[in-house]
Design a protein around this ligand. Structure first.
Ligand code: CP
Ligand code: NVA
Length: 328
């Protein structure tokens, strides 16, 4: 398998074999790190640019630690610290950064921006999250699921919440590629876009995966191996949408009842950050305004033995390292 020079823009661009290769490589790099085996000779002296037009904890830190572990240097461009899109076009930025760096990570808004960067940069571009997709997160999630169940094929994942955005789109694609069963269990108004569903169903036909959409919680979560959720309001969305989201998505909160319906084998996953208590500024603001203390997941489920959210977060680093190691 040779992925040198490839971009990671969205999960659908990769074959099941390529995704398996990246997950295997991540597992290998994780094992090496745990055993204190250095990998700094893999890409000694290379430089990568990390462009963040939206904030981040996990993705930024994962790229920085992974780059260090591979012998590379990083430049971080924060949401206010670059000219991108304001004073300089994406095409011009890409051609400048492509001259200076060996690879570029981009987190921001429309998928077309990261696609444009990749078109003009001439070096690998990695999508660190756009409105439509979050591919590095899905690699971490697949590694985590494989660690817990020993395999991916046939695993049933139920996603509850806003299924029209980056996380559900990319999870649906990842499940389709790996022969898994994906269910979006949410209000009909929050079902994924029909064309994304069609693309994933076309892949599913080849792999034995299935894609199901339902607004019935009992049907949706029954026998699920993985219950997944994400924030109800994503980065860049206006505050005005909170009221409708709380109204429409509250029935799809991941709580003890949903986990019980799934069964004791089920694990709980969340890309994080999560609103499961009042220990955040936004959580407290929403609580004061709408009278709720937990949102997409209850604190009980988040802190339960079935929750694997911190394994997932750790695996961001190992999988991002694999993506850079394979494509540089
Ligand atoms: N899950 C995730 O992408 O986290 P950050 O927003 O902290 O990078
Ligand atoms: N849907 C969330 C994912 C965060 C990792 C967002 O875009 O804010």
């Amino acid at each position: 398998m040779n992925l040198k020079g490839r971009n990671l823009l969205k999960i659908l661009d990769f074959t099941p074999e390529e995704l398996t290769y990246l997950i295997d490589l991540a597992a290998d790099l994780k094992e090496k790190k745990k055993n204190g085996i250095s990998t700094t000779d893999h890409h000694t002296g290379k430089n990568i640019a990390l462009i963040f037009e939206k904030t981040s904890t996990r993705t930024r830190c994962s790229f920085e630690v992974a780059a260090n572990d591979l012998g590379m240097h990083t430049t971080y461009l924060d949401p206010s610290g670059s000219q991108i899109g304001k004073k300089e076009s994406i095409a011009d930025t890409a051609r400048v950064l492509g001259r200076l760096y060996d690879g570029i990570e981009y987190r921001g808004f429309d998928q077309s921006i990261v696609e444009d960067l990749a078109r003009y940069a001439g070096v690998p571009v990695w999508n660190g999250l756009t409105n439509q997709s979050h591919p590095t997160q899905i690699l971490a999630d697949l590694l985590t699921i494989r660690e817990k169940f020993g395999h991916l094929e046939g695993i049933k994942m139920t996603y509850m919440g806003d299924a029209r955005y980056n996380m559900a789109n990319s999870l649906m694609a990842g499940c389709a590629k790996m022969g898994m069963h994906f269910t979006a269990c949410t209000s009909k108004n929050y079902f994924p876009d029909a064309d994304v569903v069609d693309q994933c169903r076309a892949v599913a036909e080849q792999t034995g995966a299935t894609i199901t959409l339902t607004d019935n919680v009992e049907e949706g979560v029954k026998d699920a191996d993985v219950i997944y959720t994400d924030v109800w309001v994503s980065m860049g969305e206006p505050d005005e949408v909170w009221e409708e989201r709380i109204r429409e998505l509250s029935p799809y909160q991941v709580n003890a009842a949903a986990m019980k319906l799934a069964g004791p084998q089920a694990i709980f996953m969340h890309c994080l950050p999560a609103f499961h208590d009042l220990n955040t500024e936004i959580g407290r603001k929403i609580s004061e305004k709408f009278g709720i203390n937990e949102m997409e997941v209850t604190d009980e489920v988040f802190e339960s033995a079935q929750s694997v959210v911190f394994d997932e977060a750790e695996n961001r680093m190992h999988t991002i390292k694999a993506v850079m190691d394979a494509t540089l």
